[in-house]
Write a protein that binds this ligand. Structure first.
Ligand SMILES: [Zn+2]
Length: 416
């Protein structure tokens, strides 16, 4: 199973927007850009919402059938490990092996020794197409990097072999993710990680490194866009080098776990892809759930009342909801309006506050981040929430499709 050059992780917390999401992908296709849709959902998300991996498969298959979509699509077991993967084996054909927690667990000396011996050619200075300055690595540096990453890579290997033994050779797409950690990985780190992945026999088609800058949930990138652009282009160059020198799939590409809506780095990504003719996978998850809330607000009546209830409850439970996401949100509590004030808003005002439009003076990133992690509140509403999604399907579908196409796919892949 070969993942196409451009692919997009569309997530979908409640599993109701598959068709609306696919409509955005098909709209891009009509503009001449072939994007492979991937429905990604992590174990944590399933746990909070009370869904199972089979639900995502059902949603994806139904959306594809309803839209008459003729190309490949995938269902991604996002951020799994050996202890969580089994529940995903039947439903998924894309597996994101998350080994970030094992980064920094020191590898045994003899293994480090063996790696350095085998990869003597990594030592010295390398001229890599696409990077101006030469990449230089000496033996102490190489040892330090191998010591830092080898345990994580071996762990990915163990999970990969576990999946392969059950699904069969070549029957799924493999991603390795190292993004959920504190320190960014440099191009040199990436080079060593890729050499180790090749040694381990993992046919990774995508790799998700931790980039520099902050990837807060649901809001724009925080950091130096220039630095990101440089780093991203260098990572692409390292991937090209690794594919030429190690046993890795020719279509290996970067995966950007965006945390949704990193609009200011979409242009640099687009430019880098054009310049190097590389592919990319970009994952989002919560952006569609927020469009559901926007659609409900715009529907007015019971839809708007429900959206306001979600806000009031999320605010009351702020600490609980934000806890698991503490490192990836920056909420300014002083900017969160009182629920009594929100009660007086009309649908347009609620939508303008939440919608990710940086030019709109009403847009409030603190409200947006709170609601991004507040999907648990909606999940607990059960049928009250899902029945409202059904009742207001038309208006919600419109906002979901427009968001994915206008704000994500078009800037990323068409630069419009
Ligand atoms: Zn991630």
């Amino acid at each position: 199973m070969i993942l196409g050059k451009y692919s997009f992780g569309i997530g979908d917390r409640f599993g109701h927007q598959g068709r609306a999401q696919l409509a955005a992908v098909m709209k891009a296709r009509a503009q001449g850009v072939d994007i492979t849709p991937v429905w990604n959902k992590s174990n944590r998300e399933h746990g909070i919402i009370g869904t199972r991996p089979a639900d995502v498969r059902k949603e994806a298959d139904a959306a594809v059938a309803a839209c008459g979509f003729q190309s490949r699509y995938y269902v991604d077991a996002d951020h799994i490990g050996l202890t969580t993967v089994d529940a995903f084996l039947d439903a998924s054909d894309f597996f994101t092996l998350d080994v970030a927690d094992s980064i920094g667990r020191p590898a045994p000396d003899d293994q480090v020794q063996a790696f350095v011996k085998k990869h003597k050619d990594l030592l010295g200075s390398h001229r890599i197409e696409g990077i101006d300055e030469r990449l230089v690595i000496d033996e102490p540096q190489l040892r330090a990097l191998v010591t830092k990453y080898l345990v994580a890579v071996r762990q990915a290997g163990e999970t990969f072999r576990h999946i392969e033994a059950r699904k069969g050779v070549g029957r799924f797409v493999t991603e390795v993710s190292m993004d959920e950690t504190d320190t960014p990985q440099t191009p040199l780190d990436l080079l060593v990680i890729l050499a180790a992945l090749a040694d381990e026999g993992i046919p990774a088609q995508t790799i998700a490194p931790k980039f520099s800058g902050r990837f807060n949930k649901g809001v724009d990138y925080v950091g130096s866009v220039e630095q990101f652009a440089r780093e991203f282009a260098q990572d692409l160059a390292v991937l090209g080098f690794a594919v030429a020198h190690f046993r890795l799939p020719a279509n290996l590409k970067l995966s950007v776990h965006s945390g949704s809506d990193k609009f200011s780095i979409y242009r640099p990504i687009h430019r880098a892809l054009q310049e190097s003719d590389a592919g990319v996978h970009v994952k989002t998850a919560g952006t569609t759930w927020l469009e559901e809330l926007i659609g409900l607000a715009l529907a007015g009546g019971d839809g708007l009342a429900l959206a306001k209830d979600v806000y009031a409850n999320a605010l009351r439970r702020l600490d609980e909801l934000c806890g698991p996401y503490a490192t990836v949100i920056d909420i300014d509590r002083a900017k969160l309006p009182d629920p009594e004030e929100v009660r007086r808003w009309d649908g347009a005002q609620f939508a303008a506050t939440l919608r990710h439009d940086r030019r709109c003076p009403q847009y409030n990133p603190s409200v947006r981040q709170l609601l991004h992690v507040g999907y648990k509140v909606a999940a607990e509403m059960g049928p009250r929430f899902t029945e409202a999604l059904n009742r207001h399907e038309a208006i919600i579908a419109e906002t979901v499709t427009a968001n994915l196409y206008d704000r994500h796919l078009a800037p990323l892949f068409l630069a419009t």
